[in-house]
Ligand binder design. Structure first.
Ligand code: FAD
Length: 494
């Protein structure tokens, strides 16, 4: 037993140092030979810093693409966003609770784990303050709170953690790569998560594999690579360090941070930075209804109507970067038939987030995961602030048909009430108007498509007709991967 712990500590030290070394190299280093072939074919286009670049979508991918372009010296950049605010699936709202305390809450992305180096760097660059995130607690059968992994025997837990670290360390460059090109060469990474858990006997770690809770679906359909990106090697390391007193010496940062003034604020700050560096230009066009995208000679034209003024304008570009969920592009008819078929293979989940108020002091500040979610039970909820009574709850709406939303709402509320009142003994009030149903959550493809290398084909679209694509669909639904893909795209092609 002692030997195992020593071994583990050594590996903790080794992998921890290694994490820093691989941080930048894994971004730039192209592990995939197929990518080279594709890029040779399509990236022979010319480029100049005077090119007019249009970016469609102002979520993390679009806003960061604009930043990386302006860092490179591009001056003619315009970003189009259909909503009134930028940020995409990073959406922060402010709410006064019944005690009169006003705070911000997240209806989208919240957690910035330790290993999200690019997001942390951007936070520093725009002076976005962060603080330690609420710790994860899991909810047991009786509605009691449990520390994740605490019910597992140490002699089973530690070897399983060791196996997990070894496995994720083996694939760390690919885990950190912000695209899935070349994946068919790594069969273990495209196995289902259920199979990889069985293969390496990782069952003792089941409390960490919160796939259903995060709204990603089932372990059977979730590729091992996505599991490794959800429970990143460096997160697993932090968790071990939390469990073993000596290993605490290596902790420099919390497992995850949150942004003090809200995740969306990061993207607003980045947008301000870009506006300052391009004072002559109007860069961000919000509340835009893009009617048409078409080729006109060597140029690419966008026809857009401004939602505030109803003014219709045509913008002319040399290149376009699409930073939107690809399904949003189908109706613009910009794809050839076989390319459109590829785009249609990208699927999404529906994920609901809403706010409610609970009885005072009933919940500690924490991030709660329901370990036994039924069909429509809330899968997770977050108490973001210690002194507020407002919590955010989230659950997967994927199992429902779109057309019976009233019935769904009633069923959800009934089950939720049982869950909170009977199982957890907590009284609550729904704050009805503060919610959102995301319909482009967790872009992914079927397991078979990962195995057959669909991303190699998608990569073939890059640069075709001077159009480029970025966004979390290239690898995994999180800010770090989305932004790193933009960074990678710009550094390679612009
Ligand atoms: C509930 C929830 C919780 C999450 N939690 C986390 C977390 O804790 N940590 C984390 O790292 N990530 C988290 N994520 C994921 C993260 O938010 C996404 O990975 C990230 O926002 C993806 O960025 P993106 O720019 O690729 O896409 P998006 O954020 O989807 O942005 C796309 C943008 O394009 C715009 N758009 C779409 N169509 C058009 C059009 N026709 N014209 C103009 N604009 C258009 C959209 O309005 C949107 O602003 C969470 C997401 C959700 C929904």
């Amino acid at each position: 037993m002692k030997k195992t712990i020593n071994l583990l500590l050594l590996s903790v030290l080794f992998i921890h140092c290694d994490a820093h070394a691989t941080r930048v190299s894994s971004m730039i280093k192209d592990e995939f030979s197929t990518l080279l072939n594709v890029t040779k074919r399509y990236f022979s286009h010319s480029y100049s810093k005077d090119d007019k670049i249009g970016i469609i979508g102002a979520g993390p991918s679009g806003v960061s693409s604009a930043l990386f372009l302006s860092d490179k010296g591009y001056k003619n950049i315009k970003v189009f966003e259909k909503e009134r605010e930028l940020g995409g699936k990073c959406l922060t709202i402010t709410k006064k609770d019944s005690m009169g305390i006003t705070k911000n809450y997240e209806l989208g992305a919240e957690y910035i784990p330790y290993h999200y180096y690019t997001v942390h760097d951007l936070c520093k660059r725009v002076n976005q303050e962060t603080m330690e995130s609420p710790r994860i607690k899991v909810i047991g059968q009786n509605g009691n709170f449990i520390e994740p992994l605490s019910s597992e025997k140490l002699y089973k837990l530690i070897p399983a953690l060791y196996r997990y670290l070894k496995l994720t360390n083996k694939y760390i460059d690919i885990i950190n790569t912000p695209h899935n090109v070349g994946l068919k060469n790594y069969p273990e990474l495209t196995m289902s998560s259920r199979d990889i858990i069985e293969k390496y006997n990782l069952n003792p770690l089941k409390d960490l594999f919160l796939v259903k809770q995060f709204g990603y679906g089932d372990l059977d359909d979730f590729p091992a690579l996505s599991l490794f990106r959800t429970v990143h090697r460096d997160v697993a390391l932090r968790i071990i360090a939390d469990k073993i007193p000596l290993a605490n010496k290596f902790i420099k940062r919390p497992i995850a941070s949150i942004s003090m003034d809200g995740t969306q604020g990061l993207y607003k700050r980045i947008a301000n930075l870009i506006k300052k560096s391009l004072p002559e230009e109007e860069v961000f066009f919000l509340n835009q209804n893009i009617k048409k995208i078409y080729k006109n000679g060597d140029s690419l034209n966008i026809e857009s109507i401004d939602g505030d003024t109803n003014l219709q304008r045509t913008f002319v570009f040399d290149k376009l970067i699409f930073a939107v969920p690809p399904k949003e592009l189908i109706h613009y008819k910009i794809f050839e038939n076989q390319d459109e078929e590829l785009i249609r293979e990208i699927q999404y989940k529906k994920y609901f987030v809403g706010l409610l108020e609970v009885e005072k002091n009933k919940l500690p500040r924490s991030y709660f995961q329901n370990l036994m979610p039924k069909k429509i039970e809330p899968l997770q909820f977050t108490k973001r602030w210690v002194d507020s009574t407002v919590i955010a709850r989230g659950y997967n709406f994927d199992v429902f048909q779109e057309n019976d939303s009233k019935k769904i709402r009633e069923d959800v509320e009934k089950e939720f009430s049982v869950f909170m009142k009977d199982r957890m003994s907590i009284g609550y009030n729904i704050i009805g108007d503060q919610n959102i149903l995301w319909s482009t959550y967790y872009p992914h493809v079927a397991l078979k498509a990962y195995q057959e290398g669909i991303f190699d084909q998608l990569e073939g679209l890059q640069g075709k007709n001077n159009m480029f694509y970025t966004g979390s669909f290239w690898s995994f639904e999180c800010m770090e991967q989305a932004i790193n893909h933009s960074k990678y795209l710009i550094s390679k092609n612009f």
